[in-house]
Write a protein that binds this ligand. Structure first.
Ligand SMILES: NC(=O)c1ccc[n+]([C@@H]2O[C@H](COP(=O)([O-])OP(=O)(O)OC[C@H]3O[C@@H](n4cnc5c(N)ncnc54)[C@H](O)[C@@H]3O)[C@@H](O)[C@H]2O)c1
Length: 265
């Protein structure tokens, strides 16, 4: 798919932030979009704000996009609305702070929403996509999936998992017409990164971008099909630096960790 015009699209986590920006842009470009979020009021309001374009329109389907039952209900409702789904954006995510001391519930939620939501959607979408020889999955990962986020082990670990799953799907099925792309931004001003956490603000604030900037990069990437979608292009350099010299990279990240700790002391 080079353009979303006329396509049937699902965007999860579309009640806010990056998902809302993607949904609005897709509708403006002529896509038929199902917007999902656990926050029913928010996603209904975003769907109403999308308006319509020639062919493009938005429908809200509130609900959980992570559990097995929730993903099945969403895909079934979306198929009833759109016919086959051409593009599925697994965008919903949660950011939980802490290291191993973070509770079981935070680790389980992170695993479910940030990784298993993508696995469960792919499980249901792949048979139809492989049969017709085309399908498109865009996973909102994070630069944390290529690098790391100090202060948040559940986020760093599960975003690495999300990237690994997207990689695996792409390398396994790209010759069968499947396109998989992974959005990996650093800070984006959304509900998840709203300036209320001083550590995150210090870490990511200076380079933060807006959700519409992410949507711009995604539209360009849909046109050229690249796997890694990097709204902050510098992430490519950091990723290469990490691969070239992991100890140097870890020492640099540890200096950042120490700076953050000094600020909080
Ligand atoms: N904001 C950033 O700095 C940043 C950077 C890199 C990656 N991301 C990723 O971008 C994605 C979107 O986050 P955002 O920044 O727009 O944050 P956000 O909090 O504004 O939006 C996330 C949305 O996902 C919804 N959601 C959470 N769990 C859900 C579930 N189980 N089912 C359906 N909806 C659910 C929330 O209700 C919320 O509306 C996430 O995957 C996040 O990890 C964000």
């Amino acid at each position: 798919m080079k353009s979303v015009a006329g396509a049937g699209v699902v965007v999860t986590g579309a009640g806010s932030g990056i998902g809302a920006a993607l949904a609005r842009r897709f509708v403006a470009e002529g896509a038929r979009v199902v917007l999902n979020d656990v926050n029913a009021a928010a996603v209904t309001a975003v769907a109403e704000s999308c308006g319509s374009a020639p062919e493009g329109y938005a429908v809200a389907v509130p609900g959980d996009a992570a559990s097995e039952e929730g993903v099945a209900a969403l895909i079934s409702s979306a198929r009833a609305e759109l016919g086959e789904i051409d593009l599925y954006c697994a965008n919903a995510g949660v950011a939980r702070r802490g290291g191993p001391e973070a509770g079981e519930a935070d680790w389980a939620d992170s695993w479910n929403v940030n990784v298993m939501a993508h696995v469960r959607a792919a499980r249901l979408l792949l048979p139809g996509w492989l049969e017709r020889g085309s399908g498109h999955l865009i996973c909102t990962v994070s630069a944390a999936g290529l690098l790391a986020t100090p202060g948040s082990a559940p986020y760093s670990v599960t975003k690495h998992g999300a990237l690994a799953f997207a990689d695996w799907l792409s390398l396994t099925h790209r010759h069968r017409g499947l396109t998989v792309q992974a959005i990996c931004p650093m800070g984006v001003r959304t509900g998840m990164f709203d300036g209320s956490d001083p550590q995150l603000e210090k870490l990511l604030g200076a380079d933060a971008i807006m959700p519409d900037d992410v949507a711009d990069t995604v539209m360009a990437a849909i046109a050229d099909g690249r796997f890694l979608i990097l709204p902050h292009p510098d992430v490519a350099r950091m990723y290469a630096g990490r691969a070239a010299d992991p100890d140097r990279w870890l020492a640099g990240m540890n200096r950042i960790q120490q700076c953050l700790e000094e600020d909080l002391a």
